[in-house]
Structures are given as structure tokens and as C-alpha cells.
Design a binder for this molecule. Structure first.
Ligand code: GRF
Length: 203
């Protein structure tokens, strides 16, 4: 399958997908990186890896529906089969998420269903949880709610700041996102009746 990676910023998860997909046995190809921000640092990183890039600037569209239609048109032009959201900071319309249901995944920097939304590391520290982590899930219309494909946990340590905790979680994001994409791309993880079916679970 051809994968489109959607970004808004630095693109470290995008790079982990590009690097994993460069292995000869990886079951998917990163065909294109699409940013909603023309200045996203990840665009230059993708280009340096010889990956095609596109920008769909959300500021050029009147509303979310028009932006999503433009995004969908680019995905079709690029013949994308799968979509990976990787630090993509736009809410998507229900119509768009329904069209790509089962073919679009996201990485979230918390152990869902805890800490949906933004500032997850600050909130985890404020709540005093001792275990935190990250989640790869299929995208459904409601934000950060979709069926879970893979998670990794990390300890919260005394003296952690949002930065130190975020770095510990990010290292695990870079492990599980490529692993989850591999499962989805070769059909071992599928969305069936709104739940994830996983044939085999190998990291
Ligand atoms: C990551 O923490 C990801 O989980 C979240 O946004 C951040 C993006 O970082 N959705 P990067 O652009 O992949 O470096």
C-alpha cells in the first residue's frame, strides 16, 4: 500500500515511519508527506529523504469541510491507500474520517482513553499517574477515541518535567508507530465492526 503521512510540525514520527519503510521487507511505501502548514519543519526532513511533499494550507480554505475536501483530493491524486496522522494538528470532519475509516491511523502521546486532547504530559504529571505512554489507533470522527491498535507504557519518574516525560514517551512513539503501520499495511490489524482485530502481535 501507498501511505500518506500528514504532519503539522517537526515530523519526528514521520521520520520514524520513513526510516522503517525504507527496510526492504516493510509492507508499505511512504508515498507522500502532506502538511497543513507551509513552514512545517517536517517537510524539509521528508524532502531530504527523497519523499514527495505537498502542502494543503488550512488558512486558504473557508471552513473545515473545504479544507478536508482539498486534502481528500490530494490523497486521491497521490493514490494513497493508507493515511498516518503524525502530529497533524487539525480536527477532521466526520465525512472525511468516515471515508477513510479503517485506512487512517493516528499516534497520541498518552495511554488512551486517558488524557485525550492536548498537553497530555503536563496533565499526566498534574494527576500524578505513575504510568504514562502512547497509543496508535484507528481514526474515527470523535478525536482520540478510535479503536486501539498498539500502546507502549513508560514510568513517570520523580523529578520528571513535561519535557523529560515527553522525551521518554516520544522514544516509544517511534517504536510503536512503525510497528502498528506494519500490522495495518499487511492486513494483520483491521477495523472490524468498530473494533480492532489483530491476527498476530509482534513488536
Ligand atoms: C507527538 O507527540 C505525537 O504523538 C503528537 O504530536 C507529536 C508530534 O511530534 N500527536 P512529531 O511531529 O512527530 O515530532
Amino acid at each position: 500500500p501507498r501511505v500518506a503521512v500528514l504532519i503539522s510540525g517537526r515530523g519526528s514520527n514521520m521520520m520514524s515511519l520513513i526510516e522503517a519503510a525504507s527496510a526492504p521487507d516493510f509492507p508499505a511505501e511512504i508515498a507522500v508527506v502532506i502538511s497543513n502548514r507551509p513552514d512545517a519543519h517536517g517537510l524539509a526532513r521528508a524532502q531530504a529523504s527523497n519523499i514527495a511533499t505537498r502542502t494543503v494550507d488550512h488558512k486558504a480554505y473557508a471552513d473545515r469541510a473545504h479544507f478536508d475536501a482539498a486534502l481528500d483530493a490530494v490523497l486521491e491524486e497521490e493514490q494513497a491507500d493508507l493515511v498516518c496522522l503524525a502530529g497533524f494538528m487539525r480536527l477532521l470532519t466526520p465525512g472525511f474520517t468516515q471515508k477513510w475509516a479503517g485506512r487512517m491511523i493516528n499516534i497520541h502521546p498518552a495511554l488512551l482513553p486517558s488524557f485525550k486532547g492536548l498537553h497530555t504530559h503536563e496533565r499526566a504529571l498534574a494527576e500524578g499517574v505513575r504510568i504514562h505512554g502512547c497509543t496508535v489507533h484507528f481514526v474515527t470522527p470523535e478525536m482520540d477515541v478510535g479503536p486501539i491498535i498498539m500502546q507502549a507504557a513508560v514510568p513517570v519518574l520523580d523529578g520528571d518535567t513535561p519535557d523529560t516525560l515527553s522525551a521518554r514517551v516520544l522514544a516509544q512513539e517511534h517504536v510503536i508507530y512503525p510497528a502498528a503501520l506494519r500490522l495495518v499495511a499487511d492486513g494483520r490489524a483491521r477495523l472490524v465492526d468498530g473494533r480492532v482485530s489483530v491476527d498476530e502481535f509482534i513488536l
